[in-house]
Ligand binder design. Structure first.
Ligand SMILES: NC(=O)C1=CN([C@@H]2O[C@H](COP(=O)(O)OP(=O)(O)OC[C@H]3O[C@@H](n4cnc5c(N)ncnc54)[C@H](O)[C@@H]3O)[C@@H](O)[C@H]2O)C=CC1
Ligand SMILES: O=C(O)C(=O)COP(=O)(O)O
Length: 534
């Protein structure tokens, strides 16, 4: 039975989904760091929100962990690189709280403009002051959005309906997408200079850390207002406090903070009672969003523990589920080719792998195919935990070069995948194709063949000479092993030849030895004699 730790508060519905699937769930959102580090080694899966830090220290202890589910969007609390090295799948649930974050942003902007929060606070303290809490309209004002993704674009739409002029900066968004929602994309500084309100909707990255600091506040319009419902570290809190102090910035609405939880001792914004409104990271905290993200996270954890790929993976290439289903035959084909070549090369150390994709296969994301190949060729020789997440990392660590390229389609085949594998001693090449009738092996060491890519095989590389086929055939016949299919190829008489036999049962070690002795007697310079089962 898999054990799943839920170490942040998520909706009960997600926990029920896990339990109904037979998981042992420990819902424990109140662990301190020491307690957390002590128990993390026990779990196969974990669901977190933004409070649990899954850093290197935690992930090093998480020896059994197979999957991390982020019930929410931002994943800056998770060390993706370390998780990847350790072969742990990481996913988030990025659409479940989008609307909640959008509505919170709008609420913050309106509240900031109309002093709703401050006036409410005053009334609760028995103060009636209509003059002090006079506000400003947002209609006709310019809203500058930094990060026009899921949340930013929806904030734009709602702000436009309030009559705001919306501009944005997002270097990674296609201008076409921005055009579609009628939002001009401008350089970052220009957005800052032109906006009455600046709202942040970027993830926390090295680039967006303190994206608003002294320099940026200095070029902003005097009297502008700032809204941050993205990540606390996106804003240099001290620089914001200074800009507020100097009245350069008229106000700020802050949902996320450099240090959470906020305390009087760690946040200089708390003293700006009249111009700063703050919430305790509530952007994604609505009944609807909490249900969405907890149910999705639970379903995905179950799915990954059942060996499926997550729908919103953060450390393997994402693939649209429909695309994935269509590409699945090619993923299966390359896995079979990988199993084949891995068994064929035996214990030889791999130095390089080249993959050539031809034909229809190129319509799909090739990364999951390449990952599947790397996993399948490394799997038999490694005790390490290897999966799609860490396959590339393991290959790099072992200094195996992986190259993929796209080639022109050959002949009548609609699709082809070719693999060239170089070991310290030999080179192996093979190609396969997917046909509605199944997977076919169509080339081996440069020789054209046509065999079903499953079953039991004997491969012999030797120097062409009369008598070889007869000797092998009779040895197998004596051992009562039926030859289902056989193909022989050579480039010239007496040159290098290869024989592929598909047989109906496994030859014993003795039989393989006998074949080897017979071939030696014929002096056929056997380069390779292998039995493989695919
Ligand atoms: N306050 C809260 O409770 C919540 C906060 N969030 C935060 O909001 C962030 C955004 O969420 P989504 O819109 O769903 O993500 P998204 O990935 O759809 O959008 C982010 C956008 O930021 C852009 N971007 C990245 N680096 C940039 C840069 N240097 N300058 C300008 N734009 C840049 C990206 O191109 C992308 O279009 C999340 O990463 C999370 O940190 C999300 C949900 C709730
Ligand atoms: O989804 C996000 O990125 C959020 O910031 C929401 O965080 P939370 O899950 O509420 O701790």
């Amino acid at each position: 039975m898999y054990k799943v730790l839920v170490s942040d508060n998520i909706a009960q519905k997600g926990i029920e989904v896990l339990e109904n699937a037979g998981m042992k769930v420990d819902f424990n959102p109140n662990l301190n760091r020491e307690e957390f580090l002590e128990i993390i080694a026990d779990y196969d899966g974990i669901i977190v929100r933004s409070m649990t830090k899954l850093d290197k220290e935690a992930l090093t202890k998480a020896k059994k962990l197979k999957v991390i589910g982020r019930a929410g969007t931002g994943y800056d609390n998770i060390d993706l690189e370390e998780a990847t090295k350790n072969g742990i799948f990481v996913f988030n649930t990025p659409t479940g709280n989008t609307i909640s974050a959008v509505e919170h942003t709008l609420g913050m902007m309106l509240s900031l403009s109309r002093n709703i929060s401050q006036a409410n606070q005053a009334l609760h303290n028995d103060i009636w002051d209509r003059k002090k809490y006079m506000g400003v309209e947002i209609k006709g004002k310019t809203l500058g959005i930094i990060g026009l993704g899921r949340i930013g674009s929806r904030v734009a739409k709602r702000a436009q309906s309030f009559g705001m002029k919306v501009i944005a900066n997002d270097p990674y968004l296609s201008p076409k997408k921005a055009e579609k929602i009628n939002v001009p994309l401008l350089p970052f500084k220009e957005v800052l200079k032109k906006s009455d309100y600046v709202t942040l909707h970027t993830p926390l990255t090295d680039e967006t850390y303190h994206i608003l600091s002294h320099k940026e506040f200095a070029i902003m319009k005097p009297g502008a207002r700032v809204i941050n419902c993205a990540r606390g570290q996106n804003v240099d809190t001290k620089a914001l406090a200074e800009a507020l102090e100097k009245n350069k910035i008229a106000g700020a609405a802050i949902d996320v903070h450099e240090e959470e939880p906020v305390k009087a001792s760690n946040n200089p914004l708390l003293k700006f009672e009249d111009s700063v409104i703050m919430t305790c990271h509530l952007g994604g905290t609505t009944t609807e969003a909490m249900d969405n993200v907890s149910i999705t996270a639970a379903e995905e954890v179950i799915s990954v523990l059942k060996n499926n790929l997550p729908e919103s993976p953060l450390n393997i290439p994402a693939m649209d589920p429909q695309d994935f289903n269509q590409a699945k035959p090619y993923i299966n084909l390359i896995t079979k080719l990988g199993n084949f070549v891995a068994k064929w090369k035996g214990h030889e150390r791999i130095e390089a792998v080249e993959i050539e994709y031809g034909g229809e296969v190129n319509q799909y994301n090739l990364k999951p195919m390449t990952l599947s190949l790397v996993k399948s060729i490394l799997e038999p020789n490694l005790d390490d935990r290897i999966n799609l997440v860490n396959a590339m990392h393991v290959a790099k660590e072992r200094e195996i070069s992986i190259k993929e390229s796209q080639i022109q389609n050959e002949g009548e085949l609609k699709n082809i995948i070719k693999i060239n594998l170089k070991t310290e001693m030999n080179e192996y090449s093979l190609a396969g194709t997917y046909l509605p009738i199944g997977f076919r092996l169509i080339e081996i060491n440069g020789l054209r063949i046509d065999l079903d890519l499953s079953g039991e095989f004997i491969i012999v590389s030797y120097q062409d000479k009369p008598g070889v086929i007869g000797k092998i055939g009779s040895t197998l016949g004596e051992a009562n092993i039926n030859i289902a299919n056989m193909q022989v190829g050579r480039k010239k008489i007496g040159g290098n030849a290869i024989m592929m036999m598909q047989i109906d049962s496994k030859p014993s070690k003795d039989i393989m030895e006998k074949i080897k002795t017979h071939l030696d007697e014929l002096d056929t310079k056997v380069k390779d004699l292998s039995y493989l089962e695919i």
